[in-house]
Design a binder for this molecule. Structure first.
Ligand code: BYC
Length: 329
């Protein structure tokens, strides 16, 4: 089934991809099959372009909005070294957004339009950043487990078909690896600390488990875009495959720290070699990604404020004289 891009609004409307020049489409798909990259100047189906813009834009928004929950801990980080590390991490995340907006722009949507769609609530961004980070342990869990999930997703998709997105992902993954180590170190410090610190970490894990399970997207059987994205190698693994990979790699590490995962049904089935778990509440997921999570309004209000306050900077940078380099005296 070809997702939701249809030409015309009649009941017998045809999927847009079927209106493409069949020869060009076949050539395009053969190129992807051979493992070659599609570059911005290459011919591509409108639906491929639309899907890439949607996904890369959402990813870019997730990076700038994702800087907010951890960003609130910069002024309160315990100790100077952690403050420096967190500052660098948050700065990296904003830099990732920059790389991703650049990649999305190669497909023809302007940065201004993307930012407007974020602020107006038209575009989505990752569910996880609509939850609060009330303790230092929450920032540790974000940096460890959310970044771990992001690495699984991004390393996989960096082998994809669209050149600019893949190159951005490769660079991003290198930085995310540092974030993961930083998050893990913070988690280990809390797990091996006082009883109060261990409890703080456990409470944070309890809060984040459901959002982390949601992070990889809805189950394959109800995912809207996976089939098409995988056919065109925009996505190299399905949502459930990535969730399984995360569980395989991180459940043992979480248990190793003496933490309890808040899902009594979680176990690896030795016969199927897959993890069984209680389905996280998908109704909650839908509410959160559609604007009704605990922090959606707050996140967009902060983003809007930053956008407004930065107006004069953008205007100054766009002035022709701002582009001249001052002569050396
Ligand atoms: N959150 O058909 P499906 C980071 C939406 S940031 C919100 O399965 P798809 C970090 C989906 O968009 C890294 N929405 O979708 C930053 C679709 O809605 P629309 C974030 C979600 O695209 C700062 C609908 O549900 N990573 O690491 O095949 C600090 C149906 O879903 C989510 C990326 O953005 C979600 N979790 O697969 C720390 C990776 N999941 O658009 C860390 C790039 C699904 O039809 N994105 N939806 O209205 C992807 O890989 C894919 O888009 C997904 C979803 C796997 C997320």
């Amino acid at each position: 089934m070809y997702g939701n891009a249809y030409v015309g609004d009649m009941p017998n409307a045809v999927p847009e991809v079927m209106c493409e020049d069949p020869e060009k489409l076949a050539e395009f798909e053969a190129k992807i099959e051979r493992g070659e990259k599609i570059e911005p100047h290459d011919w591509m189906p409108r639906e491929y372009r639309r899907q890439l813009i949607r996904m890369i834009e959402q990813h870019a928004h997730s990076e700038i909005i994702g800087a907010l929950p951890e960003g609130t801990w910069i002024t309160r980080a315990p100790g100077f070294k952690r403050k420096l590390a967190l500052l660098a991490k948050v700065q990296d995340e904003v830099g990732h957004a920059q790389l991703l907006y650049n990649a999305a722009e190669t497909l023809g949507k302007s940065r201004e339009a993307m930012l407007n769609d974020l602020i107006s609530g038209k575009s989505k961004y990752s569910n996880v950043f609509n939850y609060p980070a009330p303790t230092w342990a929450d920032s540790a869990v974000i940096a460890w487990l959310i970044d771990a999930g992001a690495i699984i997703n991004q390393v996989t998709n960096s082998k994809g078909s669209y050149g600019p997105y893949c190159r951005a992902l490769e660079r991003i993954c290198q930085e995310e690896s540092f974030h993961l180590k930083y998050g893990y170190e913070n988690a280990v410090t809390l797990a091996t600390g006082t009883k109060k610190q261990r409890q703080m970490l456990q409470d944070a894990l309890n809060r984040w488990w459901t959002p982390v399970m949601h992070f990889f997207g809805p189950p394959d059987k109800i995912s809207v875009h996976t089939e098409k994205l995988m056919k065109w190698k925009i996505k190299l693994a399905s949502n459930d495959e990535m969730r399984q990979q995360f569980l395989n790699m991180y459940v043992p590490k979480i248990w190793e720290l003496g933490l309890t995962i808040p899902d009594p049904a979680l176990r690896k089935n030795p016969e199927t070699n897959t993890w069984e778990y209680t389905e996280p509440d998908w109704a909650e997921f839908m509410r959160v990604i559609n604007g009704d999570g605990p922090c959606n309004k707050e996140r967009l209000a902060v983003r809007n404020m930053a956008h407004e306050k930065g107006k004069w900077v953008r205007a100054a940078l766009m002035k022709p004289q701002a582009r001249h380099v001052a002569p050396l005296s």
